[in-house]
Design a protein around this ligand. Structure first.
Ligand SMILES: [Zn+2]
Ligand SMILES: [Zn+2]
Ligand SMILES: [Zn+2]
Length: 749
């Protein structure tokens, strides 16, 4: 049989997305060689541009997206046919073309890759036990970059000139360190100021050690030493808030907690978030101090992500060669909590660490590479079988969120708690890392710095600024101080819009905002809202029955007050005094309720949770926001529905029969009944309003896995898909995305 030779064709290919600084050009070079193609590849302001010529480019073109390097994110590939160039031979990597405004982006920080890990533990490698090993497929990015283009002189590696060995690797397209900007080795790179063996000895001795990481300092200690954990809690003034814990490997994580496939993928992904997992019951090794996460059914677990983290476990394991030791039991686990005393931003500077952490840490571990962009550990949990981000920071920022259509450039400043800011460029939204609560001057400075850094690395000039309706939020005041048109967005409109933005939806959408607090259009307090959102427009279809908040804001931290308000509404004011006698003066509270004095009503779903907690005697006082509800969720074993537990009248959902039933129940049974009934009631209430087959779920209460899984299943039984925030926090950490989306629709209109 005679086969005709296939004709030679030539194509010009444009690759868009996160394709620079991730080893994409060497990948194309290697791929072209494998397919016997000639041509060239280069970086320019739109991404990667290449031309290939040969007999069969189809497989090559397919692999451009399907086999891209681990950190690349290919958004789009455009192919244009050209006429072949007869004399061409070979395939070259051409110099970058830098002209016009950049449309590209730097990547997030990524955990040490398997190749670098192998080098780290190879006694024969020149980077054996070097705490700053990295390559194109891993290492710091966002946290070391001052401005674009993402080249070494614009990063905090600028002060470390490459040694000849590193320079050679950097220039070799066949090396995995080709154009890896943070490339370093013991000869030319940053250095740790304390030896690893000393750090481990101190940790083993029960000391608290501050360790400089990628986006800031951690406070670390032996997780199996109850005395040290309690001391850390006291020194950090952290009340009951859980501490995150780091273990050496997935194998070790599986020994101490229930890890499903979604949890495993989160734990081992290059983003390396803290993942909420259920500890195994009756586990022996490694020991976990009981004070780590008091009364919670979940533990915040993460795996090492910097070479230094790995070296701590390696040292504790006796410095074995190779990586097989990571699968063996370790008996060593670390508390790793962000070093931000007093709710201020993370500590990032060496001098700052000495000043702010000196009273907490027994030892401070620093090195000589600066952290440019402060970034906390991200936190995620699995809900309904898929990951949900609770705090979005290191590992995810500054990846763009595709909006499905181009929008005008706007800046959105978020809310007051768990603040983030957001900038739109083209058809993407860029959400900042978690900034924290805008309650102190230090966080406010961090907020201003981050806005400047984000606008700078994106090279965007916003045409408007979006903010919350609340006039007293510092984010609102900052918006008003800018020389830009202001677009106020109602809090829960923004929550639902954030879901529409994440899912790229543009039509009308019904959403449930199940939240703690947001100011309403009438100056009222809201948080259990049924909304119809259509771009810049938002109609309130219904809300939870209002509850009185005796003492206003104080009620949010003292669930017993909400329980008292519920008892009062049930006509059981006599019960208030005897149930809550230990909290100061319940009689005064009854008087306030009778007279309606300082008892602003709220539709907040969070306050309904608080009322339930107060009635069941679960955390009648909260040490931190959402604590009572988290403990209540931890008590659930099997959600149950109370028939007749709610009423719906004129769009108002009232759960008072449910609260009445909780009065006589023990906490665990009450937790089951409250969660099951609330989910069933919300589905019953929202279903008639649903247009099409989707409903958006958002607000802080959506981070409650039992409630959200109940809603997903409940709506699914009626053929309705619940759209749950996944890549953006459902809480106020996602607010700025929703604000930006609403503001953009205002401008498009
Ligand atoms: Zn690597
Ligand atoms: Zn070097
Ligand atoms: Zn909110």
């Amino acid at each position: 049989m005679v086969v005709d030779p296939m004709p030679v064709s030539r194509s010009r290919v444009r690759v868009r997305g996160l394709v620079q600084g991730v080893g994409y050009r060497p990948f194309v070079h290697e791929l072209a060689g494998r397919y016997g193609l000639t041509g060239w590849v280069l970086n320019d302001t739109d991404g990667v541009l290449l031309e290939v010529q040969g007999q069969d480019p189809a497989g090559f073109l397919d692999a451009l997206a399907s086999r891209a390097p681990p950190l690349a994110q290919v958004d789009r590939i455009e192919v244009e046919a050209l006429s072949p160039k007869p004399a061409e031979s070979g395939f070259e990597i051409r110099d970058s073309v830098a002209a016009g405004p950049a449309r590209t982006m730097i990547g997030p920080d990524a955990a040490v890759c398997p190749d670098c890990l192998a080098e780290l533990f190879d006694p024969g490698a020149r980077r054996w036990r070097y705490p700053f090993v990295n390559c194109t497929h891993c290492g710091p990015r966002h946290t070391i970059t001052r401005s674009l283009p993402y080249d070494r002189p614009q990063t905090s590696m600028a002060g470390f000139p490459l040694c000849p060995d590193c320079a050679q690797e950097y220039a070799d397209p066949n090396d995995r360190r080709f154009h890896a900007q943070p490339i370093a080795c013991p000869v030319c790179g940053p250095r740790l100021h304390i030896r690893v063996e000393e750090i481990v000895a101190r940790l083993r001795a029960g000391e608290i050690v501050a360790i400089k990481g990628l986006g800031g300092f951690h406070l670390a200690c032996d997780a199996g030493n109850p005395g040290t954990v309690t001391r850390l809690r006291a020194l950090k003034q952290r009340n009951g808030k859980p501490f995150a814990m780091m273990v050496a490997s997935l194998a070790e994580a599986r020994r101490i907690a229930e890890i499903g496939s979604a949890e495993a993928a989160l734990l081992t992904g290059p983003e390396r978030p803290v993942v909420l997992v259920r500890p195994r019951s009756g586990t022996a090794a490694p020991p976990i101090a009981p004070d780590l996460a008091p009364d919670l059914a979940w533990l915040g677990l993460m795996l090492p992500y910097t070479p230094l983290h790995y070296l701590l476990f390696h040292e504790a394991a006796g410095r074995p060669a190779g990586t097989a030791w990571l699968d063996a039991p370790q008996g060593f686990a670390l508390v790793m909590t962000s070093a931000n005393p007093g709710g201020e931003p993370l500590v990032i500077g060496n001098a700052e660490a000495a000043e702010r952490l000196g009273d907490i840490a027994d030892c401070i571990v620093t090195h000589d590479r600066d952290i440019v962009a402060r970034s906390d550990d991200s936190v995620a949990r699995v809900i309904g079988g898929a990951p949900m981000l609770i705090r979005r920071a290191r590992g995810y920022v500054p990846l763009g969120i595709p909006l499905g259509r181009p929008v005008p450039p706007v800046l959105a400043l978020g809310g007051h708690l768990k603040n983030t800011v957001c900038v739109t460029r083209g058809s993407q939204a860029f959400l900042s890392q978690h900034l924290g609560d805008l309650e102190n001057a230090a966080t406010l400075r961090f907020f201003e710095e981050t806005i400047a850094h984000l606008l700078d690395i994106l090279e965007v000039e916003p045409v408007a600024v979006a903010h919350d309706l609340h006039p007293d939020f510092l984010s609102t005041r900052h918006a008003e101080s800018l020389d830009l048109p202001c677009i106020p967005v109602q809090h829960h409109h923004a929550h639902v819009a954030a879901v529409a933005a994440e899912y790229g939806r543009s039509g009308p959408m019904v959403g449930l905002a199940l939240d703690g607090f947001g100011l309403g259009d009438d100056g009222d307090s809201r948080g259990g809202e049924l909304l119809l959102v259509d771009g810049a427009r938002c109609d309130r279809l219904g809300h939870l029955a209002p509850l009185a908040q005796p003492g206003g804001d104080a009620a949010a931290r003292q669930p017993w007050r909400m329980a008292a308000a519920a008892l009062h509404r049930l006509g059981r004011r006599d019960e208030i005094a005897h149930r809550f006698a230990r909290f100061g003066n319940p009689a005064l509270l009854v008087q306030m309720l009778e007279q309606g004095f300082n008892c602003p009503p709220t539709t907040s779903c969070g306050r309904w949770f608080d009322a339930a907690c107060g009635l069941l005697g679960v955390r009648t006082m909260s040490g931190f926001e959402g604590e009572a509800a988290m403990v209540l969720e931890s008590l659930v074993t099997r959600p149950a529905v109370l028939p007749g537990g709610w009423t719906i009248d004129g769009g108002v959902l009232d759960l008072m029969p449910l609260l009445d039933a909780l009065r006589g129940l023990p906490p665990a049974a009450g937790a089951d009944l409250f969660h099951g009934t609330l989910a069933a009631a919300l589905v019953d209430w929202a279903l008639p309003a649903v247009e099409g087959a989707e409903i958006a779920l958002s607000g802080g209460c959506v981070m409650n896995a039992v409630l959200t899984e109940g809603l997903i299943e409940g709506f699914a039984r009626h053929g309705v898909t619940a759209l749950v925030p996944r890549r953006v926090p459902a809480n106020d950490g996602g607010l700025s995305l929703g604000q930006a989306w609403v503001a953009a629709h205002h401008l498009i209109r």
